[in-house]
Design a protein around this ligand. Structure first.
Ligand code: FMN
Length: 363
């Protein structure tokens, strides 16, 4: 089993299910958790914990990994966990051949218990599940400028359909007035965050400089950060989060780069935790659908990091739904990026043997 050494153990409460309908065994759970770990997360914080209890996989928010400044209300944390949940369900179906029945927020008294996955029994994976899982594991956030080639309308409609669920949908703002309003909202959010020293310090804590962190397991690595050379600025109406505030980027952008991204916005009916989790699931479906069509993508959360920013964006765009997340999508310049941002081992995120004395372990 991948990374099983060091799983937190409390002998006595281990129940090893067996038989076709008996839930997830440890190896299957570990494989699902390992795949789910490839989900995108804010600053690659991976703010999730998994528990295996009586054959059910429980997803928990790990508040010790929440960003105090960029994510004071845990919005991005829940979106990140929603993405991991979506990928876990995909891995259960496409990888383990044991699709999951997913209950969200199954215990009102325990709001950090985000989901319970129970096995619906063995089932041959569909071709779609296999291909979606392959795409999800190959995906990486591409922060480079995208090529001039436009993403055609038919593809956008396919992406919209792939992301849509009862509780979340995607909008692609277009037309001059909408794009100006979007650009202004993102620009203001970017300025407010980058002018805040506490924001900069927090970002620096999550950036991984190879000279200081030779083998990181989390955070944003320099190889995933574009280097913008003096005099070769990115020409963009909608700015991207600038990680070079904290680490010298190692992804070279050679030419004066103009931006040709489609800006997708994930929307939900409300702005409650249940909406944030659903938005994360939609984000994951959207990135998978983009990846399967050879499109690069990168989440951009600055205009929605704070509740006040979300209200401002919603009002300036005249939306009925609440904007939860943005995703820049476009044709990559060259090949699609392969994953370069590291993850924590399964042993650090899965607890399989009952309650950990004293509560959840610290990082
Ligand atoms: C809620 C959320 C917010 C994010 N915000 C940004 C962002 O503003 N800018 C950015 O470049 N990446 C953003 N990301 C992408 C993460 O930095 C990225 O997923 C993480 O570093 C892991 O890298 P990977 O996506 O290549 O696996 C965000 C991801 C999530 C889930």
């Amino acid at each position: 089993m991948p990374g099983d050494e060091g799983l937190s153990r409390n002998p006595g409460s281990l129940v090893t299910p067996s038989g076709p309908d008996a839930g997830y065994d440890l190896d299957t759970a570990a494989a699902i958790v390992e795949a789910a770990g490839r989900a995108p997360s804010i600053h690659n914080t991976q703010p999730w914990r998994w528990q295996l209890r009586d054959g059910a996989l429980l997803l928990r928010a790990d508040r010790s990994r929440q960003l105090d400044v960029a994510d004071p209300d845990g919005h991005s944390l829940l979106i990140s966990c929603g993405a991991a949940l979506s990928l876990a369900a995909l891995a259960a179906e496409g990888g383990a051949g044991r699709p999951a029945k997913v209950e969200r927020f199954p215990d009102a008294a325990d709001p950090d218990l985000l989901a319970r996955l129970t096995s619906a029994g063995p089932q041959e994976p569909s071709g779609q599940a296999l291909q979606d899982l392959e795409a999800a594991l190959a995906r990486a956030s591409d922060r480079r400028p995208f090529s001039r080639e436009a993403v055609d309308q038919e593809t956008l409609e396919q992406l919209r359909a792939a992301a849509r669920a009862e509780d979340a949908y995607v909008d692609f703002p277009h037309g001059r007035d909408k794009l100006i309003a979007l650009a202004v909202a993102v620009s203001f959010a970017d300025r407010e965050e980058r002018d805040d020293e506490a924001y900069q310090a927090e970002m620096r804590r999550w950036l991984r400089d190879p000279a200081v962190h030779p083998e990181p397991v989390d955070g944003v690595v320099a190889t995933a950060v574009p280097h913008v050379q003096p005099g070769h600025a990115r020409h963009t109406d909608v700015p991207v989060r600038d990680f070079e505030l904290g680490v010298g980027g190692a992804q070279l952008i050679e030419q004066d780069a103009d931006e040709y991204a489609v800006n997708a916005v994930v929307m939900t009916p409300g702005d409650q935790p249940v909406d944030h989790l659903a938005a994360g699931e939609a984000l994951m479906r959207l990135t998978v659908a983009a990846q399967r069509r050879g499109l690069a993508s990168c989440p951009l959360s600055q205009p929605v990091d704070l509740a006040a920013f979300r209200v401002r964006l919603q009002n300036s765009m005249g939306w009925v739904g609440v904007p939860q997340m943005m995703l820049r999508i476009g044709h990559p310049t060259g090949a699609l990026l392969t994953p370069s941002t590291p993850r924590r081992p399964v042993s650090a995120v899965l607890d399989a043997w009952g309650p950990v004395p004293g509560g959840m372990e610290d990082r």
